[in-house]
Design a protein around this ligand. Structure first.
Ligand code: CA
Length: 175
């Protein structure tokens, strides 16, 4: 998408392109794979050494960037930190794992990548219905959200309460 700004000069032109991670066989057609903004109009070829304003990309289902997603769980996000004109260098800005239902289990932000720190979510079900979620931060402190059982999966929640983790959160679910 072009933004030409002042049409009398090319100096303020930008182009933002969003590409999608499609899997037509699974009817996955709307997941963003990459958003790149460059400081030239879209019909021009950017010099990626100097003309990339932003480049953020998402990988799905623990597959490499660009692979067709199989479920559509966003497992890794990255941003371009430098480009030598041929190859870009990306920094991992986020990593997420999911359960079989596609619910996030663990999340790492850019600072937590490569460390053991992460945010963990534990889902508690009663008779097959979600009754609470406990989100543990890197310190093991939990924010618990209770759901009214009669409402089942309703997003309407009681006010959240905070509590310390009664046990190490890593023991709360099977690997
Ligand atoms: Ca312009």
């Amino acid at each position: 998408m072009d933004d030409l700004g002042d049409v009398s000069t090319a100096k303020d032109d930008t182009c933002t392109r969003t590409t999608y991670a499609d899997n037509t066989a699974k009817n996955i057609l709307s997941l963003p794979a990459r958003s790149e903004a460059v400081s030239v109009k879209c019909s021009a070829t950017p010099d990626r050494k100097t003309q990339v304003l932003a480049d953020e990309r998402t990988s799905y289902d623990n597959l490499a960037f660009g692979a067709a997603p199989t479920k559509g769980d966003a497992t890794k996000t990255e941003r371009l930190t430098s480009h030598n004109g041929t190859t870009g260098t990306y920094q991992v800005t986020g990593a997420t794992t999911y359960d079989a239902y596609g619910r996030p289990l663990t999340q790492k932000d850019a600072k937590q990548i490569g460390t053991t720190d992460e945010t963990k979510t534990v889902y508690t079900e009663t008779n097959g219905l979600l009754t609470s979620t406990s989100v543990y931060n890197a310190l093991g402190h939990a924010t618990v959200t209770d759901y009214a059982q009669a409402w089942g999966m309703s997003k309407s929640a009681r006010p959240t309460r905070t509590a310390s983790a009664p046990t190490s959160p890593t023991t709360r679910w099977a690997a």
